[in-house]
Design a protein around this ligand. Structure first.
Ligand SMILES: *[C@@H]1O[C@H](CO)[C@@H](O)[C@H](O)[C@H]1NC(C)=O
Ligand SMILES: *[C@@H]1O[C@H](CO)[C@@H](O)[C@H](O)[C@H]1NC(C)=O
Length: 824
């Protein structure tokens, strides 16, 4: 192509050149062939130069192509076609799961609004005690949604020391600007023994995201509480009013300023706190009050910037209730009466309870009200934890020197943990989808659609989505960059399979068209896995991203598998193969074939791959250990590793050297079959194992064995007999997937037991028996821990069932609701 273009101008000049002096150096190569040998010689060199130049151009072009593919969107119709105000009923929501209570819109540049609070008598230095983002360090006894339907309302309980806050919201009129809502914050004593003379300061704010066109300002008035009004290009005019619907309002103050960013709102508040002296009554001691500073010049140093942050502080004597009323349009509407709010809230609560029971049948299964309350809270935190993020990931490939930005895009997604992981995670989201799709399948399709709009031209989706300043502020810098070689289990195929099982006959109209738009992206995704994560033997697969050079880790982590430090082959090599990934690809191809069939597309390729991988003989030849009678990874492996602190060198500066791995026996290529745990179970967990396979019986026996995986609280991740059971990976990394009980895998185990107990086979009864026990163990423990600690946890101890890791973790641990309802 390039050659043609270059030679074209010359072809015209050929005509002119004809018969003229042939010393012209710009004649075409062809026209020179009849000339003297010296010209031939020159021509040869010229040709060579052209070829070299071209090759370099092509190489650079190709490198550039590889470089840009990384952050080039997949070239096809977007899956999300309606967003923002096209979906007015979902426009406003509690889409800031990382805050205790806040609302925003599903809009790239949103008006955000939310709550901070503190107890003036208990305020520590540097603003210690002001609550805003969900922080584990706040040490709240409990917080979380009791009910939240994802669409119309939510009610949350927060226990902070001796106080209880109840925060709720109800959306009212939905209009073409998103409509109105009311939020209520009630503060009361939780611990009645506290001498009840204390104040609370509630700070409600509005802030404009960077790039939002519009303004906000306080509405001062002598007779009413200060409010906020404003206007943005999307929302039009709006007002926010406050009402102290019970309790005595002690004083109020406000702040209006230009904050340096959404991630620094609390800092802006802290630096604007002032002490005000007020004389209560003549002669009485001066009362000290903490107030907001009013109008403050910008924190950015540029006074010309308009305020983007307005906060109203209302301080009142507990018990104290404040309503926050948002109205779209100008001020003429009548504010709903106080008890009307309670009435609307109650009718939503009843509707929620009805829908919940209809779906999960917990009452008819014999659960008491307390257990049902727990289950409703678990579901509500899953659904109420859905956020809306906008921004660009930082990504890296081998072809770019420095990380580059992905394209800016929205993501509508649930999150694993409001405190610790308030952002989207790829493999978590497939598990979340199993529950969300039961509650509201269209909402789940919307979530899946958003995720697949993040697929790039290579067919890759970044694993962790850190979009926007608020999300970024929560992530240590070393985890920000996402690498395009790294996978994460394609759990969305499980979600899709579950949606097809449940809704196969209701997939018409918009749902069908969504799946049609999704399909080419699923193909690209599948293909990315099937090629980039291929193993060295036919039919085998290998997780990329393990560090083969480290001598710090006892067993180099496999973060991409989702199971972080679960032990694999001790020495990562290209010959390695991973049984869990094999099973994920098998499920993926099966689901692709099924989806193609439903959509009326030729899915023969997927049927073939599915048949190939679901063939247990292939799987056994790659992964079954005849010796240990378990499925296992294969690779360069030795069990003889330990962490040792190097002896300090004499006269060395550094006397405190970090522990290093020492290998005491040479590794060899073998199955990693001394390690039994979650990974060994995948052929069973993902139901790839044939129901009449004697290997199923062996797996069932192993599961039920307390010396291996069985505990009264669920299945532990790593057998007690495994060499690395509960071992630290480095001196700084405590065990994570090396014994602790995880609910996502326990859910898959219960689901698989349910499956094998419902199809013909010699182990049907055994599976049924273990199913009943396992299901009860998991439910009882997660529920007990919730009642005891106030939280649903990331993982549970295999020794005593205690919650561990981060909290609240109402990502996949909330799947316990599906277990209770036996919805698989
Ligand atoms: C709001 O607070 C003011 C000032 O203390 C009080 O006079 C008024 O009665 C309160 N309103 C309600 C509804 O409690
Ligand atoms: C997956 O990869 C294998 C080769 O490793 C190939 O034979 C197969 O056709 C691929 N499957 C699909 C559906 O592309």
């Amino acid at each position: 192509m390039v050659r043609q273009r270059r030679s074209q101008p010359n072809s015209d000049s050929n005509k002119v050149d004809k018969g003229t002096n042939s010393s012209s150096s710009n004649g075409s190569i062809a026209s020179k062939t009849k000339s003297s040998s010296s010209f031939n010689f020159l021509g040869y060199w010229k040709q060579l130069v052209v070829i070299i130049v071209l090759s370099i151009a092509i190489i650079f072009g190709y490198m550039g192509y590889l470089e840009t593919r990384l952050n080039t969107p997949f070239d096809d119709k977007k899956v999300v076609i309606n967003s923002g105000l096209d979906v007015p009923e979902l426009f406003w929501g509690t889409y800031r799961p990382g805050t205790y209570f806040g609302l925003k819109t599903r809009d790239p540049t949103s008006l955000v609004t939310g709550l901070m609070w503190y107890f003036p008598q208990r305020l520590g230095p540097g603003g210690d005690g002001i609550r805003h983002w969900c922080e584990q360090g706040d040490n709240l006894e409990k917080y979380g949604w009791l009910q939240h339907d994802g669409e119309n309302f939510g009610i949350q309980e927060i226990i902070d020391g001796p106080f209880k806050l109840t925060t709720s919201f109800v959306k009212s009129r939905v209009n073409d600007k998103g409509g109105d809502w009311t939020a209520r914050v009630e503060v009361d004593f939780h611990d009645k023994s506290v001498p009840n003379k204390e104040d609370v300061s509630l700070i409600w704010y509005m802030a404009l995201d960077d790039g939002t066109k519009g303004f906000i300002e306080p509405t001062n008035s002598a007779t009413k509480i200060t409010g906020i009004r404003g206007s943005t290009s999307t929302l039009g005019d709006f007002t926010l009013k406050f009402r102290n619907s019970s309790g005595i309002l002690d004083h109020e103050s406000f702040l209006s300023t230009a904050a340096p960013g959404l991630h620094l709102l609390k800092e802006s508040v802290i630096s604007s706190l002032r002490l005000a002296k007020t004389n209560n009554q003549a002669g009485s001691a001066a009362n000290r009050k903490i107030i907001l500073a009013g109008e403050l010049p910008s924190f950015t140093g540029n006074d010309k910037i308009d305020p983007n942050f307005v906060a109203i502080q209302l301080t009142g004597r507990i018990p104290f209730v404040v309503d926050v009323i948002y109205q779209s349009g100008t001020e003429k509407q009548v504010i709903q009466a106080d008890d009307a709010y309670t009435k609307v809230l109650n009718s939503h609560k009843e509707a929620f309870a009805r829908k919940f029971e209809k779906l999960f049948n917990l009452k008819s299964k014999g659960y008491d009200d307390k257990s049902i309350g727990f289950a409703q809270a678990a579901l509500s935190n899953m659904v109420g934890g859905i956020g809306y993020f906008y921004g660009a990931s930082k990504v890296q490939s081998q072809y770019v020197k420095e990380p580059v930005y992905y394209w800016r895009a929205p993501l509508f997604t649930a999150v694993p943990s409001r405190s610790f992981f308030p952002r989207g995670f790829l493999w978590d989201e497939g598990f979340h989808g199993l529950l969300i799709s039961q509650w509201n399948v269209d909402m789940e399709l919307d979530i899946i659609s958003h995720w697949f709009d993040l697929i790039n031209a290579e067919g890759w989706i970044p694993r962790e989505q850190i979009l926007g300043v608020e999300a970024t502020a929560k992530v240590p810098s070393e985890f920000v960059v996402q690498r395009n070689t790294n996978a994460n289990p394609p759990t969305f195929f499980l979600t899709l399979e579950s949606i097809l099982n449940r809704y196969e006959n209701e997939l018409n109209g918009e749902r069908f068209r969504t799946l049609e738009r999704l399909y080419p992206r699923l193909q690209a995704w599948f293909n990315w896995f099937n090629t980039t994560q291929k193993g060295s033997l036919p039919g085998s697969y290998r997780w990329r991203g393990r560090d083969e050079l480290t001598n710090r880790e006892l067993n180099p982590k496999t973060l991409t598998s989702g199971l972080d430090d679960y032990p694999r082959a001790s020495h990562p090599t290209d010959e390695e193969r991973h049984i869990d990934l094999y099973c994920w690809i098998a499920v993926a191809s099966k689901t692709m074939a099924r989806l193609a069939n439903i959509l009326g597309i030729d899915g023969y390729k997927y049927e073939q791959t599915a048949a190939y991988l679901l063939n247990n003989e292939l799987m056994d030849s790659l992964h079954w250990s005849e010796y240990a009678k378990v499925y296992a990874d294969y690779g360069l492996h030795t069990d003889s590793v330990k962490l040792v602190r190097p002896k300090p060198q004499p006269r060395s500066q550094n006397q405190n050297l970090e522990m290093q791995r020492v290998v005491t026996k040479k590794p060899e290529y073998r199955l990693v079959d001394s390690t039994f745990g979650y990974v060994s179970l995948f052929p069973f967990l993902l139901q790839i194992l044939k129901p009449d396979s004697p290997k199923l019986e062996k797996i069932l026996d192993n599961i039920r064995n307390p010396e291996l995986l069985w505990t009264p609280y669920g299945l532990r991740s790593l057998s007690k007999t495994a060499p690395l059971y509960m071992k630290r990976n480095t001196e700084h990394d405590p065990p994570y997937w090396r014994g602790q009980i995880w609910v996502n895998i326990n859910f898959l185990a219960a689901r698989a037991l349910h499956h094998y107990s419902n199809i013909q086979g010699p182990y049907q009864q055994l599976a049924g028996k273990i199913y009943k026990e396992l299901r009860e163990n998991i439910i009882n423990n997660v529920m007990q821990q919730y009642f005891k600690t106030g939280y649903i946890w990331e993982q549970y101890s295999d020794k005593n069932g205690k919650g561990s890791g981060c909290r609240p973790f109402t990502g996949w641990t909330a799947l316990v609701v599906s277990l209770m309802g036996e919805h698989y």
